[in-house]
Design a protein around this ligand. Structure first.
Ligand SMILES: O=C(O)[C@H]1O[C@H](OP(=O)(O)OP(=O)(O)OC[C@H]2O[C@@H](n3ccc(=O)[nH]c3=O)[C@H](O)[C@@H]2O)[C@H](O)[C@@H](O)[C@@H]1O
Length: 431
């Protein structure tokens, strides 16, 4: 019995008599078959049905390959090609990152309207109400702009898009925005504004032909500077928030990619952009919501009851400046990741050059909404805000023909009209 129980014991098997041996052999084959089936079954269960928590790496890979599979196929490629195709041979083919964002939507629509090809990319994150981003997407789709849903850090996806389309330009607007949120979620700023920028530049540098890149920097890079108006020649080494620090880092990274790889790079320092389809995290937007709801609104003041002011800039002026930056961008000089000669490297202020105190912004909103605001004046919290911004725009005027034409009252009137039709008449939730 002992031998039957241990059939594989070497040496002892030879000692058995012949009929008994045959019986043992049959029994061994049956057992071997049984255990082989069990083993194969276990392998199947392990690889195909294991819960993701058991193997995070492989589950992440399989998730990614599932996602990537929705980025392939003739239908996907056709939509991408069609959207990115300019109307005429001389038009641009622009990849707009952050296309479902506030500035991204307006820039994409304007480019498409004038005949350029536009492909959008956006991850539709939930930093603010994603349904607003979806509504912007619907708007763009109606005008023929397709937005691919994906992240700028997804190398496989970027490779695919650059494979399908030889973009002439990249308008890089995807970013983690907002000055104060950086204290709540610092890593999201590093992920989007630094790692994400590098990811985009890596693909641009390797592309053949290399596109010219225009991207969103920020007025916040002037940080704690006191000399006004802020000029591009001023120092930018004292940021007041992590947001500002990541935008400043972006400008240095742009220098590096221009220097090593010959990428044509233009950074636009936007000054507190506002307008229809804007961002609900910005003061003018949630002040409007809260005034209408009868809620009090916190109005910050600087030390010694000093006024806090912003160079609020209307979205249509920003769009004009952004398109002018694309139109005047020279070609990148590199090819296949190698620099062939010096390339353009530019930075411009896009502001309105007339700062308005936040209290005055509230007064304009009160008139437009015909509702008195419950003002709660308070000391500016130490959360990354700066007391004032004021752009010197002479460089953009000279080189881009940039000339803002909308004052705060006119711009807010357009915003309020949109807000009322979207949220009140359209019965959308304000959250
Ligand atoms: O120009 C820029 O670079 C930046 O402009 C805005 O940042 P910010 O100017 O701080 O815009 P808001 O957050 O809308 O604040 C506008 C003004 O309202 C003030 N504020 C804000 C919030 C609040 O509760 N109360 C209040 O008085 C702020 O101090 C600021 O002076 C954007 O949020 C940034 O993403 C952008 O990069």
């Amino acid at each position: 019995m002992k031998h039957i129980d241990s059939p594989s014991t070497p040496g002892k098997f030879k000692m058995e008599k012949a009929p008994y041996n045959r019986l043992r052999l049959q029994s061994s084959i049956a057992k071997l078959t049984f255990w082989s089936l069990v083993f194969v079954g276990m392998i199947f269960v392990f690889f195909y049905r294991s819960p993701s928590s058991l193997n995070p790496v492989s589950s992440d890979l399989s998730r990614r390959s599932l996602r990537t599979s929705s980025y392939s196929g003739p239908n996907f490629e056709k939509k991408v090609r069609q959207s990115a195709k300019p109307r005429s041979r001389h038009g641009m083919s622009v990849l707009v990152t952050g296309a479902a964002g506030f500035v991204g939507t307006h820039v994409s629509a304007s480019l498409k309207r004038r005949g350029d090809g536009v492909l959008g990319l956006d991850n539709f994150n939930s930093y603010y109400d994603p349904s607003l981003k979806r509504a912007r997407q619907t708007l763009l789709e109606r005008s023929g702009v397709y937005i691919v849903e994906g992240d700028i850090n997804d190398g496989e996806l970027l490779a695919k898009l650059f494979d399908i389309v030889p973009f002439t330009h990249v308008m890089h607007l995807a970013a983690q925005a907002g000055v104060r949120f950086a204290m709540e979620n610092p890593s999201s700023y590093v992920h989007s504004n630094i790692a994400g920028l590098v990811s985009v530049l890596e693909f641009c540098k390797n592309a053949n032909p290399q596109p010219a890149i225009v991207w969103a920097s920020s007025s916040s890079v002037y940080g704690l500077n006191t000399k006004v108006p802020f000029s591009e020649r001023d120092r930018t080494d004292q940021p007041a928030s992590l947001y500002a620090a990541t935008k400043k880092a972006g400008e240095e990274i742009a220098h590096t990619y221009n220097h090593i790889y010959g990428l044509s790079l233009t950074g636009l320092r936007f000054f507190t952009v506002y307008g229809p389809w804007g961002r609900p995290d910005m003061a003018y937007f949630f002040f409007t919501r809260d005034i209408l709801k009868g809620k009090s609104i916190p109005i910050f003041e600087a030390v010694n009851h000093g006024t806090v002011a912003r160079d609020f800039t209307f979205i249509e002026d920003i769009v004009m400046g952004s398109l002018a930056a694309l139109d005047t961008a020279e070609k990148s000089t590199g090819s296949g990741g190698k620099k062939k000669g010096p390339a353009q490297l530019r930075v411009y202020n896009l502001g309105n050059t007339s700062p308005v105190p936040v209290g005055d912004l509230v007064s304009i909103l009160e008139k437009l909404l015909k509702v008195k605001a419950k003002r709660l004046v308070m000391k500016m919290p130490r959360n990354g805000d700066v007391p004032f911004t004021h752009a010197n725009i002479s460089l953009a005027e000279r080189e881009l023909g940039y000339k803002p034409t909308t004052d705060l009252h006119t711009g807010l009137k357009k915003f309020v009209q949109w807000y009322l039709s979207y949220y009140v008449d359209g019965k959308k939730s304000t959250q």
